[in-house]
Design a protein around this ligand. Structure first.
Ligand SMILES: Cc1ncc(COP(=O)(O)O)c(C=O)c1O
Length: 432
C-alpha cells in the first residue's frame, strides 16, 4: 500500500487547507499535503462508544461537519484513508506505468480479495471483485444454465438488477418467472418464509431475493430462505447491496450460492468496486460472461474475473474501507446505524400526517426509513431539506409507497437526525 503520512508533509488545519485549495488549485494542494487529509488519529473503540468517539469517527471523513447526508442506501462518503489509498496508488501508477512497477497493483487486488473474504467470512477462492451489485446480479442471471420449463422465484421488491434483469433474460432463454409480492408494512419473517415456501415448485431452479430492500428497508430472513432452497436443491442469489457494510453479514453461516454487494454504499468504499461471492459448490454451475485478460489469481477469479484492465487503486481502496470498518468494529457500526434509525422512526411517529412505510419493529429492518410526508410535494421537500437545512435524502415519487427515504450510517450524528425531524415537522405545519 502506498500512502504518504501527514507527518512527512506537515499538517494543515482546516483554514490552511481551504486557503491552499482556493489559492493554488488541486495541484498546489497535493504538492503541499502529499495527498493526505489533516485529521486526528482514530482512537480505539470504547466498550460503549459515546458521542465523543463518534465525532472522532466523523472527522475521518472529508464531509464538512454541517452537512447531514442521510442517504447511505444510495451512496456513502469514503473516509480519508480510502481517498489517500486511491490517490496515492493512482499517482504511483501514473508516475511509473511500467509492468515492473504495476506488479504491486495486482498484489493489491489479491489483498483486497483476501480482505473481502475475511469480511464476509468465506474464502478468497469464492470472491469475484465486480464493479457493483448490478453487475454481480447480472453476471449471475446471465451465467446460470436455465431453459424453458425452469422457474426462477423472485421477490417483487427486488432492485431492477435482480427483477427486470431476470425478466429480460427469461425472454431469451425461455425460463419462467414467479414472484412473491411485497406486503406493507413488513408482516414478519414467518409470513415471508411461508410465502416463499408456497411459491417454490418442483421446477424452481433459482431463488433470488434482496437481503434488505432499498425501498423501505424491509429485512429478509436470508439464512432461513437459503436453507429452505438448499434443502430442495435450488440455487440462491442474495442481493446484499443494502446489507454489505451495514449488517455483520456472515456468508459462512448464510450459505447462499451467490451474494452481491457494492463498495460505494454501506462499506464507504470507492465507486465502481463491488463483490460477487460464488459458493464453491455453485462454481461448476455458472458460466463466465466476460472473457478477457488479467484474471484474478485464485479460485473462481481465475476463470470468472478476466475483466481486462481494472482500476486497481480503487480496488485497493475497498480493502482500506473494510479495514476502517473492522477497526471501528462491525457490531458497533451496525448498532450506531440502528440507533440513529430508531431515533428517526420514533420522531416521525409523533408527527401528524406522516405515514411510515418502514416497519416500526427493529428486527424487521435496520437503517432505512421511508415515509409519506403528509400532502407535501416530495421533490420540493427534498430540495428544501438540502438547501435550507443541509440534509440529504432520497425521494420516491411513484404511486407505490411514495415519499422521503432517510438512511443514516455510523458517520451521521443525533444532531443531524434532530435537524431532519425538526425540518419535516416545520414543513408539515407551515407548508413549503
Ligand atoms: C437492493 C439493491 N440492489 C442493487 C442495487 C444496485 O446497486 P449498484 O448501483 O451499486 O449496482 C441497489 C442500489 O441501490 C439496491 O438497493
Amino acid at each position: 500500500m502506498h500512502t504518504e503520512s501527514p507527518q512527512k508533509h506537515g499538517r494543515l488545519n482546516r483554514r490552511e487547507f481551504a486557503r491552499v485549495f482556493t489559492a493554488g488549485g488541486s495541484a498546489a494542494l497535493f504538492a503541499r499535503v502529499g495527498l493526505s487529509w489533516p485529521r486526528a488519529a482514530l482512537p480505539a473503540t470504547p466498550n460503549t462508544p459515546d458521542e465523543k468517539f463518534w465525532s472522532n469517527v466523523r472527522e475521518q471523513f472529508v464531509m464538512p461537519p454541517g452537512l447531514g447526508v442521510l442517504n447511505a442506501a444510495n451512496l456513502c462518503p469514503s473516509p480519508a484513508s480510502v481517498l489517500e489509498a486511491m490517490y496515492g496508488n493512482t499517482r504511483d501508477m501514473d508516475q511509473d506505468p511500467s509492468f515492473q512497477n504495476r506488479v504491486k497493483m495486482a498484489e493489491g487486488k489479491e489483498n483486497t480479495r483476501r480482505v473481502l473474504a475475511q469480511f464476509l467470512r468465506v474464502t478468497p477462492e469464492e470472491i469475484v471483485i465486480a464493479r457493483n451489485t448490478s453487475e454481480g446480479n447480472n453476471l449471475v442471471s446471465s451465467g446460470v444454465d436455465l431453459k424453458a420449463g425452469d422457474e426462477v422465484l423472485l421477490f417483487s421488491d427486488n432492485h431492477p438488477s435482480n427483477l427486470a434483469a431476470w425478466k429480460e433474460k427469461s425472454k431469451r432463454w425461455g425460463f419462467t418467472i414467479r414472484t412473491v409480492e411485497q406486503v406493507n408494512p413488513h408482516p414478519g419473517f414467518e409470513y415471508y418464509l411461508e410465502a416463499f415456501a408456497k411459491a417454490l415448485t418442483a421446477r424452481t431452479k433459482m431463488l433470488a431475493f434482496t437481503h434488505m430492500t432499498s425501498t423501505v428497508g424491509d429485512l429478509f430472513p436470508a439464512n432461513e430462505l437459503c436453507r429452505m432452497a438448499r434443502e430442495r436443491g435450488i440455487l440462491t442469489l442474495v442481493d446484499g447491496a443494502q446489507s454489505f457494510g451495514l449488517l455483520d453479514v456472515d456468508l459462512g453461516d448464510m450459505q447462499p450460492d451467490f451474494y452481491t454487494g457494492s463498495g460505494h454504499k454501506w462499506p464507504c468504499g470507492p465507486k465502481e468496486v463491488g463483490v460477487l461471492y460464488i459458493n464453491k459448490s455453485a462454481q461448476p454451475k455458472i458460466w463466465a460472461s466476460i472473457i478477457s485478460a488479467m484474471p484474478g489469481a485464485v479460485g473462481i477469479s481465475k476463470t470468472f474475473e478476466a475483466f481486462g484492465q481494472r482500476d486497481e487503486p480503487a480496488i485497493i481502496g475497498l480493502a482500506e474501507a473494510l479495514k476502517f470498518q473492522t477497526r471501528i468494529g462491525r457490531p458497533a457500526i451496525e448498532a450506531r446505524a440502528r440507533s440513529l434509525t430508531q431515533m428517526l422512526i420514533q420522531g416521525l411517529r409523533k408527527l401528524d400526517g406522516v405515514k411510515l412505510w418502514t416497519s416500526q419493529a427493529p428486527s424487521r429492518g435496520a437503517a432505512v426509513v421511508s415515509f409519506l410526508p403528509g400532502n407535501l410535494d416530495i421533490p420540493r421537500l427534498s430540495t428544501a431539506l438540502y438547501r435550507e437545512h443541509k440534509i440529504g435524502c432520497a425521494t420516491r415519487t411513484e404511486a407505490d409507497r411514495p415519499g422521503i427515504r432517510f438512511s443514516p450510517h455510523f458517520y451521521n450524528t443525533p444532531a443531524e437526525i434532530e435537524r431532519a425531524l425538526a425540518a419535516v415537522k416545520k414543513y408539515l405545519a407551515v407548508g413549503i
